[in-house]
Ligand binder design. Structure first.
Ligand SMILES: Cc1cc2nc3c(=O)[nH]c(=O)nc-3n(C[C@H](O)[C@H](O)[C@H](O)COP(=O)(O)O)c2cc1C
Ligand SMILES: CCCCCCC(=O)C(=O)O
Length: 362
């Protein structure tokens, strides 16, 4: 469809929600339970206000940064989201093409509908990370890690906020399942309970994830791979320290887009606590509710090295495939650049804490 009239992420969201089939729309957009955290993620960015500096030469803006030593063109990356072929037949390949063309990082989900190998073959230039759900079957887990290594992934993002699946009410009422023409491509060639299940692969995959995980398992993971391990789903300073002690090389603040424990704090509201606890020992990333360039700038000011976006690229994908995903990322990049210029900030790597304050209640 024509995308000229879609000028911000919210336009893409509105358009995507109007186009998608109800079951997919609900699956992508839902939060857990009452959706308190889902809405707080967005709302709490709006409680922060910017304190721009004037009369700064902003003719040259540096948006490049590095993530664990790898360069990205701007600090907005693609969060892992499963089953992208529900949004568009090209699925994760389209999102990856969009990410690669803009020089940013994409994290592929364990539950992807395109394989690591297919991305690596088509897009060797892409900065690719792999999100791992640790499976009860450790041999299977090990094989997933090896696939990520073979695909040239530069980091393993271990999701730590899903000992069990949060309650997504619409997934229950819609009886959400994986359509028969799709499969979890990274698991297709591996021996697992998925191979003997035809109809309910979505539910079966959930049963394969391990709910006994502790930080000791993260330590174990660091012994089976040379890839840097990143803990995704950290919401407190205490857990950030535990993650570092377990060998994680970076901390990813996330509440799974409000899809796990409803009522947890928004990610932007806990970022400072985590950054303080990490105390410069590792990079800190954030996702959850990032919808504008000023949201990105606020997260950078509070100490994030980069942000990730989950639903926005899915909505871009649903509206116009690769082009739509690219447009969404481009909008965020351009909005960030303008927000920096209007704030008197010239480098994404040196955004000062002073740039943000809480909105005053008058
Ligand atoms: C449809 C959907 C699927 C997701 N799948 C995964 C996943 O497979 N693994 C994971 O760690 N997080 C997953 N997430 C969470 C995202 O990685 C991310 O934390 C969240 O979407 C960020 O919030 P945002 O959508 O407001 O940007 C998913 C989120 C959505 C909306
Ligand atoms: C059965 C696994 C599908 C991918 C997991 C998606 C996910 O984490 C979500 O929040 O949805």
């Amino acid at each position: 469809m024509a995308t000229n009239s879609l000028v911000c992420v919210n336009d893409y969201e509105e358009q995507a929600l109007s186009l998608l089939d109800k079951r997919v729309r609900d699956y992508y957009s839902c939060g857990a339970d009452d959706g308190q955290t889902l809405s707080d993620n967005v709302a709490d960015f709006r409680r922060l206000r910017l304190r721009p500096r004037m009369m700064v030469d902003v003719s040259n803006i540096n948006m490049k940064t590095t993530l664990l030593g790898q360069e990205v063109a701007f600090p907005v990356c693609v969060a892992p989201t499963g089953i992208q072929k529900l949004a568009h037949p090209d699925g994760e390949l389209a999102t990856a093409r969009a990410s690669a063309s803009l020089g940013t990082c994409m994290c592929l989900s364990t539950g992807s509908t395109v394989s690591l190998g297919e991305l690596a073959e088509n897009l060797p230039e892409l900065l690719l990370w792999f999100q791992l759900y640790v499976c009860k079957d450790r041999d299977l887990t090990r094989q997933l890690v090896k696939q990520a290594e073979r695909a040239g992934c530069k980091a393993l993002v271990v999701t730590v906020d899903r000992p069990e699946q949060g309650t997504r009410r619409t997934s229950i009422t819609n009886k959400f399942s994986l359509p028969l023409h799709l499969s979890f491509k990274n698991l297709d060639s591996l021996k697992s309970p998925l191979q003997s299940s035809q109809n309910n692969k979505y539910a079966v995959l959930h049963t394969m994830f391990d709910n006994t995980l502790t930080w000791e398992d993260i330590q174990w993971l660091t012994t089976i791979t040379n890839l840097p391990v990143i803990a995704k789903g950290v919401l407190t300073g205490v857990d950030a320290v535990k993650a570092l002690e377990s060998g994680c090389k970076a901390i990813y603040v996330s509440n799974h887009g409000g899809r796990q424990l409803d009522g947890v704090c928004s990610t932007i509201s806990v970022l400072s606590e985590v950054v303080k606890a990490v105390n410069g020992r590792a990079e800190v990333y954030l996702d959850g509710g990032v919808r504008t360039g000023t949201d990105v700038l606020k997260a950078l000011a509070l100490g994030a090295r980069a942000v990730f976006v989950g639903r926005p690229p899915l909505y871009g994908l649903a509206v116009a495939g690769e082009e739509g995903a690219r447009n969404v990322l481009t909008i965020l990049r351009n909005e960030l650049k303008l927000a920096m210029q209007l704030s008197g900030v010239t480098d994404v790597q040196s955004v000062s804490r002073d740039l943000v304050t809480y909105r005053a209640s008058l």
